[in-house]
Design a protein around this ligand. Structure first.
Ligand code: ADP
Ligand code: ADP
Length: 227
C-alpha cells in the first residue's frame, strides 16, 4: 500500500516574497491517479518536486506509506519521475538511457537486461534500442523517458507535463498509453498538466490549483460537470 499524505505543505523559495505553495493538504490513496491542474506558476511543479525530494519543504509533512519523508534523499524515496523535457542523454542509445539509473544503483547485468527488454516490450521500443535519441520521433522519445522511469518498478510515478512537447494528435494517443500503463503497473501516480482534457480523461481525482492554493479537489465529474 503506497499512500501519499501531503499534510499542510508550504513552500517558500529563498528569493520569493510569497509562498509558492500554501497549505496543500491531500491524502492520496494507494494506486490512485491524481492530476494537478492549473495555470502556469500556480505551484504544481513545486509540489511535485517536494514529493520527489528535489525541493525542501518549508512547513508541513510529507508522508509516504505512513512514514515522514521530509528529510529523505531523492534516491531513497523509490519514486519514478518523468519530466516535460524528457531529460534523455543524447550520446547514449535508447537501451543505455533506460539502463542508466539501474547501473547507477548496481543492478546485475542480467537483471538490467530483463528490465530494459520488458519495458521496451511494453512501450513498443524494441526496434529502437540501438538508436540515439536524435534519431527518434517525439513520441518515441517520450516513450524512452517513460521506459527510464518504469524499469525500476517504483510504486510511485510522478509526471510533470510529460506530453506538452508533443503535437495534438500524438498527445491524444500518448494519453491513452499512459492510462494503460497505469492500469498495468498499478502505481500511485501524480500527473501535472495545464490541459483540462488530460485531467478529465485520466484522473481518478483532479486537484485544481490557483496561485499556490488548492482551489478544488474532486473526481473529474465533480470538478468539470457541476459548475
Ligand atoms: P507551475 O508548475 O504550476 O507552473 P511552479 O511550481 O513552477 O508552478 O511555480 C510556482 C511559483 O514558484 C511561481 O511563482 C514560480 O515563479 C516560483 N518558483 C518556481 N521555482 C522557483 C525557484 N527555483 N526559485 C524561486 N521561485 C520559484
Ligand atoms: P534515474 O533512476 O531516473 O536515472 P537518478 O538516479 O539519475 O534517476 O536520480 C535519482 C533521483 O533524482 C530520481 O529518483 C529523481 O527523483 C531525481 N531526478 C533528478 N533529476 C532527474 C532526471 N533528469 N531524471 C530522473 N530523475 C531525476
Amino acid at each position: 500500500m503506497v499512500e501519499i499524505d501531503l499534510d499542510h505543505l508550504y513552500k517558500k523559495y529563498d528569493d520569493g516574497e510569497n509562498y509558492a505553495v500554501e497549505d496543500f493538504d491531500l491524502h492520496i490513496k494507494d494506486k490512485e491517479f491524481i492530476v494537478f491542474v492549473g495555470p502556469s506558476g500556480c505551484g504544481k511543479s513545486t509540489t511535485l518536486r517536494m514529493i520527489a525530494g528535489l525541493e525542501d519543504i518549508s512547513k508541513g509533512e510529507l508522508k509516504i506509506a505512513g512514514k515522514v519523508m521530509n528529510d529523505v534523499a531523492p534516491k531513497d524515496r523509490n519514486i519514478a519521475m518523468v519530466f516535460q523535457n524528457y531529460a534523455l542523454y543524447p550520446h547514449m542509445t535508447v537501451y543505455d538511457n533506460m539502463a542508466f539509473g539501474l547501473k547507477l544503483r548496481h543492478y546485475k547485468k542480467a537483471d538490467i537486461d530483463d528490465r530494459v527488454q520488458n519495458a521496451a516490450g511494453i512501450l513498443g521500443l524494441q526496434p529502437f534500442l540501438d538508436r540515439k535519441p536524435a534519431a527518434l520521433s517525439g513520441g518515441q522519445r517520450q516513450r524512452v523517458a517513460l521506459g527510464r522511469a518504469i524499469v525500476r518498478d517504483a510504486p510511485i510515478f510522478l509526471m510533470d507535463e510529460p506530453l506538452s512537447n508533443l503535437d495534438a494528435k500524438l498527445r491524444v494517443s500518448m494519453r491513452a498509453e499512459i492510462a494503460k500503463l497505469h492500469q498495468r503497473l498499478n502505481t500511485t501516480t501524480i500527473y501535472v498538466t495545464h490541459d483540462q482534457t488530460e485531467a478529465m480523461t485520466m484522473a481518478d481525482r483532479v486537484v485544481v490549483m490557483s496561485v499556490g492554493h488548492v482551489q478544488q479537489i474532486g473526481t473529474p465529474a465533480q470538478v468539470y460537470e457541476n459548475p
